[in-house]
Write a protein that binds this ligand. Structure first.
Ligand code: ATR
Length: 280
């Protein structure tokens, strides 16, 4: 039996997920197929249902359908409920479509295990308050930072995330929100995560000097072949920098675990993936 998966997005042609999951299949000796499917707002729901009807075992959902995917699922795992979005749908034998969000767990695995940067007791700043930011707040809170601050151009969106997590079992961590301008009033941060979509446009909000402690980690959730503007800025400020390549691989590993019950040894996949990416 070959388990069939697909990733649905718009645009989708450049998605690296088929490559990553094929490699995971080899590493875990699971027989899987993994394709790309282009969707539209109107066709998204039908694509998911058809995939299920035809015996598909699951799908990944990427931009811009992660919020819409919540409605298609019959059940939400806690990860998706907290994130308010779904990036992994598990099509179970009993007919249930269970939505998960593996982005936050993937990012935490990359930061704490791959980069070996323990978040417990650290001051954390998230830049941005869109879907990408909300998706990582729950798993970040679980890691017990000493404070979590969210800065955004539209401060009300950052406030809304705070509000949403006010009743979360992990809420005990002091949380705050502000504009980028008001960051100059904050004590330095140990971990700064760029969750804005600005890196895509090669841009960055204006950030004050002294934003980070000397041993800080600056983490861009985006992956691109060259260092992003955020990474270049943070490097100039003396921080250790990372792009979102590890997060991309680890969120995929978490999805593979949901579907196949085994978490691929991602460290073994990295050299091959980097090689394949460079040839891509
Ligand atoms: P995603 O799902 O990638 O998070 P999103 O929900 O559209 O996408 O959020 C995009 C994020 O990038 C938001 O934090 C957004 O700020 P606003 O909430 O103020 O819109 C941020 N962003 C996008 N373009 C921006 C710009 N030109 N300047 C500052 N922030 C920007």
């Amino acid at each position: 039996m070959i388990n069939a998966y697909t990733v649905i997005g718009q645009p989708i042609a450049h998605s690296l997920s088929p490559m990553i999951h094929s490699l995971f299949g080899e590493l875990t000796q699971r027989r899987i197929t993994y394709t790309r499917t282009e969707g539209t707002d109107a066709s998204f729901e039908g694509i998911v249902k058809q995939w299920h009807d035809r015996g598909g075992k699951g799908c990944n959902v990427t931009a811009p359908f992660k919020e819409q995917a919540v409605q298609v699922c019959s059940h939400l795992a806690r990860s998706a409920d907290r994130a308010g979005s779904v990036n992994t749908i598990h099509m179970r034998r009993d007919g249930e479509l269970v939505g998960h969000s593996t982005d936050g767990a993937g990012m935490m695995h990359d930061i704490e295990r791959n980069i070996r940067f323990p978040v417990r007791g650290r001051r954390v700043l998230i830049l941005g308050a869109g879907g990408a930011a909300r998706g990582v707040v729950g798993p970040l809170l679980d890691a017990r930072p000493s404070a979590l601050h969210i800065a955004n151009r539209t401060v009300s969106r950052a406030d809304a995330i705070l509000q949403y997590f006010a009743d979360d079992p992990a809420a005990g961590v002091p949380m705050s929100a502000s504009s980028y301008e008001a960051l100059s009033e904050q004590a330095p941060f140990d971990l700064v995560i760029n969750a804005t979509s600005l890196s895509l446009a090669g841009s960055l909000p204006t950030l004050p000097d002294g934003l980070m402690t000397p041993q800080a980690l600056a983490y861009d959730m985006m992956y691109s072949r060259e260092a992003t503007v955020f990474m270049r800025w943070a490097h100039d400020q003396g921080a250790t920098v990372s792009d979102g390549f590890g997060m991309l691989v680890e969120q995929a590993a978490e999805a593979f675990l949901v579907w196949e019950g085994v978490r691929p040894k991602t460290r073994m996949a990295w050299p091959r993936l980097l090689e394949l990416l460079n040839a891509h």
